[in-house]
Design a protein around this ligand. Sequence first.
Ligand code: SF4
Length: 341
Amino acid sequence: MPKTDLKALSKQGLESFIRESGLPAFRTKQLLHWIYEKRAQSIDGITEFSKELRENFSKAAYISSLAILKRLTSEDGTEKFLFGLEDGESIESVLIPDKDRLTLCISSQVGCAMKCRFCLTGKMTLRRNLKAHEIADQIISAGRLIEPRKITNIVFMGMGEPLANFDEVVESLRRITGLLKISKRRITISTSGIAPKILELGGIGVPRVNLAISLNATTDEVRDRLMPVNKKYPLSSLLGACRRFPLEPGRRITFEYVLLEGVNDTMDDAKRLAKMLRDLPCKVNLIPFNQYEGSEFRRPPDETIARFQNILVDKHITAFVRKSKGQDILAACGQLKAGYC
Ligand code: SF4
């Protein structure tokens, strides 16, 4: 019989496994502590268990672990991890230090099917969805690699569209908040705009995390060209879902807007954007495009970026210009896995 991967089990699944193995219920709590807090990579590493128990337990179960295949550090302190999965696929996670925060940007799929034109990951096909434990394990594995530093924030902005892998992402949120004990206020899910799933994300029983929308255009015509998802869920349906998303008091939706020269960076775009968002509690992150060799888009000049931001601010929309981090190691937004595929 194949061994059971304890990390792949939900809390309830682990409880059943322990019960069926004839072990007392308190072993579940011990195992959860060792897997999620002490980051044990094998049953043999659980020193709280007797040698005999470890040996017996190892006959039926094991603890899977992401393999670190590559670790790159950028000049600005950003770190990129290439992790190997059990089936030979690989994914990337990026650690971004910023003042008192240490944010880990995690992947939810191997590749992506959304085909956003400005994104290098989108040039890969979707290879498969990640399981909940593979999503959460990026936090456990990166946490082990960077000890004694601690990850404070999580963003689902790595490879993949999180809402296209909804059930596994939601289960991973339960583990990240409940077992890894990261506050839901410090977790952000970023989506290209699958409107019905945004509403499901705001539903009962789902940890109420922060929402970010990768917007990138102010007309359906331009967004259709940049992001094929818009043909199915145009701006009216996307913004309608955002308006109905239940926000916790004091929270705002983040709109990400990659600025592409001559495509979506005009002053009319800025005015339309302000008008579109005026009734939404939100902030806008303007991200000047990370130009790479052979890219079809260009980064707008600094004056254009500043003017765009000023129009939003004048119209009372909170807007920041985000510097892309880790550009020298291809860790910036939309560049994940680019160096490997
Ligand atoms: S931007 Fe996000 S959703 Fe779009 S192709 Fe890239 S990874 Fe997929």
